[in-house]
Design a protein around this ligand. Structure first.
Ligand SMILES: [Cu+2]
Length: 145
């Protein structure tokens, strides 16, 4: 009996470690951290995972700002459920264009943050456009440290 349980557990963990994960990111006009947010706003993913942006509340879309090397840039349309596949290691920074001013920004790290210098170089230009509570977005970038 014990042997059977262990074998079942081994089979289950093997399947889990081999299968890619789909991360769900909600686009919200009001979330746990305030107005105009992606939830969660930071994901630590692995190569092969997918991310689905879900228009839980209307009026949002998602566009990449900096992508990992080899990762295609992306832009969805308003209120679209949009999925990307993470084929490359590195960090992806993205935002909701109509609400960038309000700090609607998110970040996806895939494996190691091998392009963190590119993110840090390009972030100030994005941050300059955020007028409401840019400190909230700084906290997202702190995940790189
Ligand atoms: Cu938005």
């Amino acid at each position: 009996m014990y042997h059977k349980v262990v074998m079942a557990w081994l089979a289950l963990t093997t399947v889990t470690s081999l299968s890619a994960k789909d991360w769900q990111v909600q686009m919200l006009s009001f979330g746990d951290k305030g107005p105009m947010v992606f939830e969660p706003d930071f994901i630590q993913a692995q190569v092969g995972d997918t991310v689905t942006f879900v228009p839980t509340q209307p009026g949002h879309y998602v566009q990449s700002y900096v992508t990992a090397e080899g990762q295609d840039a992306w832009t969805s349309t308003f209120n679209e459920t949009y999925q990307i596949t993470l084929n490359n290691e590195g960090v992806n920074l993205y935002y909701c264009p109509p609400h960038l001013m309000m700090g609607m920004v998110g970040m996806i790290q895939v494996g190691e943050a091998i392009n963190s210098e590119v993110i840090e170089t390009r972030y100030p230009e994005l941050r300059d456009k955020i007028t409401l509570n840019p400190e909230r977005v700084d906290l997202i970038l702190d995940n790189l440290k």
